[in-house]
Design a protein. Structure first.
Length: 305
């Protein structure tokens, strides 16, 4: 996934996935207990990135071709507003502390800061070239942006909106994830087929772990990292303590977005070319189910409610 590991505490409800289906120009709502699509929400403009508000009442969806962000009422399962931003909105994240929305502009060296109440753009943050994935620490104070065409990750102080560091990583970083403790970030490097491990306090890369071909996004659970390998049709794994590579899990064709269930026992992987979600048992590493979606699921970001 892109962002921190789990949502806030709340009542025990059935989990849902809000899956951006870029080719179909929809967001599918998937009941993860029943393992089927229960609603389809039209979102024009090739929806790709997604992030949910801290209370999970809203989903914010980037629509790059419309140069916009669609705001979905997750209970009503409908778009309640579309905000035109310009540029190339792709990656998106929500601050878990105050709900501020950050949107990566693929066409510019900037992040746009969106007020969650007014939905007005209230500022910009300078980062590197072609920012893609975004992630925040759980306290909301530090933001990481994968600057794909600079082979770097920007670290941003969300209070001052200043870029604190640009950390060199592997080639073409895309998805980025921060651990729950806020100690390390992990970025999937599409061009070098590895994951960079970043020490956030030291502001430097401390390791690179080889994974499958064209890694896209990273999720963390059960002491392991799980990395979607677009060209491999697999999810690579490695141990978070030792960084030793583990088994590769065969999923659908061209896996992209990945997220962890609320209890940490399952992972959900969006397979772009198979039009499916794969369900992985986090302990046994077995694929336990496949859920059909609309065409071109990406689910790039925080997509579980």
């Amino acid at each position: 996934m892109v962002g921190s590991l789990a949502g806030p505490a709340g009542p025990a409800l059935a989990e849902e996935a809000f899956v951006t289906a870029q080719s179909a120009e929809t967001v599918d709502v998937v009941d993860l207990d029943a393992r089927r699509v229960v609603a389809t929400i039209p979102v024009p403009g090739a929806p790709a990135g997604i992030a949910l508000s801290p209370d999970r009442a809203r989903a914010y969806v980037t629509a790059p071709e419309a140069k916009a962000v669609a705001v979905i009422d997750t209970a009503a399962r409908r778009v309640i507003r579309t905000v035109t931003l310009g540029g190339g909105p792709l990656g998106i994240a929500v601050n878990p502390a105050d709900g501020t929305v950050y949107v990566a502009d693929w066409f510019a060296k900037r992040l746009m800061v969106v007020n969650p109440e007014t939905l007005a753009v209230e500022g910009e943050i300078a980062v590197g070239t072609s920012p893609s994935g975004l992630a925040l620490t759980r306290d909301g104070r530090l933001l990481a942006a994968a600057d794909r065409d600079d082979d770097a990750v920007s670290l941003v102080d969300t209070r001052t909106r200043e870029r604190l560091a640009a950390i060199p990583v592997g080639t073409r970083p895309f998805g980025v994830t921060i651990d729950p403790e806020g100690r390390r970030a992990y970025t999937a490097n599409v061009g070098s087929n590895d994951v960079s491990v970043i020490d956030l306090a030291a502001r430097r890369e401390v390791a690179r772990v080889p994974v499958g071909e064209r890694p896209y996004a990273v999720a963390l659970t059960g002491g392991r990292a799980f990395v979607t390998d677009q060209y491999g049709g697999t999810v690579s794994t490695f141990d978070l303590a030792t960084l030793a590579p583990g088994p590769r899990i065969t999923v659908g064709d061209y896996p992209e977005g990945i997220a962890v269930s609320r209890d940490g026992t399952r992972l959900y992987v969006a397979n772009w070319e198979s039009d499916t979600l794969s369900v992985i048992d986090a302990e046994t590493l077995a694929v336990t189910g496949t859920i059909r979606t609309a065409s071109g699921p990406r689910a790039f970001g925080d997509f579980l409610r």
